[in-house]
Design a protein around this ligand. Structure first.
Ligand SMILES: C[S@@+](CC[C@H](N)C(=O)[O-])C[C@H]1O[C@@H](n2cnc3c(N)ncnc32)[C@H](O)[C@@H]1O
Length: 255
């Protein structure tokens, strides 16, 4: 079985459509994992994946790429806090916020920490979603190694983390701001009426066509004047096509 039929089988088995991810990158990653595990072709590898959960979760892990950190690209979070949020929160007691492709939780928890500058914690409710349930189990625990916190401002670190040996635990009041849910950006329905959608460092893995579809869905999911915050290599080339106006770099407003 070649890579194309492996893609079909994975789709039938899991609902995950690998053909919507950039092929060269994905194929390289999966071929090296397959070879590392000693399977000479995708046919035998697929049959093994079906039988062996551990192998299957390893495959999922490799295809999804879960690296994240708190305040990733810290200057962008400062722009969000100082320049974007003041406009968004005018006359609002709460915002409807979505961290899409949230991985192990650093991003939605960062959002809660930034929003806490403007709202009481019990008025903050963030939806955090990812395709990978394993990473969200880790997200719910909220325990991180020190290297995930290197961009966290000192006052925030004191206020919202408890150190336990070499690890840092996010405080319960921040955890309570976030609801985790499984969601596939390439297949599932999108919720609506968001004021802010944060989706960073996942669209780079999608094909151009898949990306355009996701932008369309994000635009429909935003309220008028709602904001989409994307990753640092993920500028949208034709935002107007989706009724999105560039604001600051990496921020777009629905018009
Ligand atoms: C590199 S992480 C980004 C984490 C975080 N947004 C950040 O910028 O630090 C990419 C995440 O996208 C998720 N992902 C991949 N394909 C997805 C899909 N089709 N729908 C939802 N999430 C997906 C992966 O599971 C992974 O957790």
């Amino acid at each position: 079985m070649d890579y194309e039929s492996f893609i079909r089988q994975i789709y039938n088995h899991t609902g995950i459509d690998l053909s919507l991810y950039k092929e060269a990158q994905m194929k390289r990653r999966l071929t090296s994992l397959r070879e590392k595990r000693g399977y000479s072709d995708f046919d035998t590898y697929f049959r093994a994946l079906k039988k062996d959960d551990e192998l299957f979760f390893e495959f999922l892990d490799r295809m999804t790429i879960n690296v994240s950190e708190f305040y990733r690209n810290a200057q962008r979070w400062e722009v969000l806090e100082k320049d974007i949020l003041p406009g968004l929160i005018k006359n609002k007691r709460r915002l409807k916020v979505w961290s899409a492709a949230c991985s192990t939780g650093e991003e939605p928890y960062t959002l809660a920490m930034v929003l806490s500058k403007y709202f009481r914690l019990n008025n903050i409710q963030i939806l955090a979603t990812d395709i990978d349930e394993n990473v969200m189990m880790r997200a719910k625990k909220g325990v991180y190694p020190e290297r995930s916190l290197k961009e966290v401002p000192e006052d925030i670190k004191k206020k919202y983390f408890k150190q336990e040996g070499n690890f840092y635990q996010v405080t319960d009041d921040i955890k309570q701001c976030v609801t985790f849910k499984k969601h596939n950006l390439l297949a599932d329905q999108y919720d609506k009426q968001f004021d802010l959608i944060v989706c960073r460092n996942v669209l780079i893995y999608f094909t151009e066509e898949a990306k355009q579809n996701v932008y369309k869905h994000f635009s429909e999911a935003l309220n008028d004047n709602g904001v989409l915050f994307v990753g640092s290599t993920e500028q949208i080339f034709n935002p107007q096509k989706f009724n999105l106006q560039p604001m600051e770099t990496f921020f777009y407003q629905k018009s």
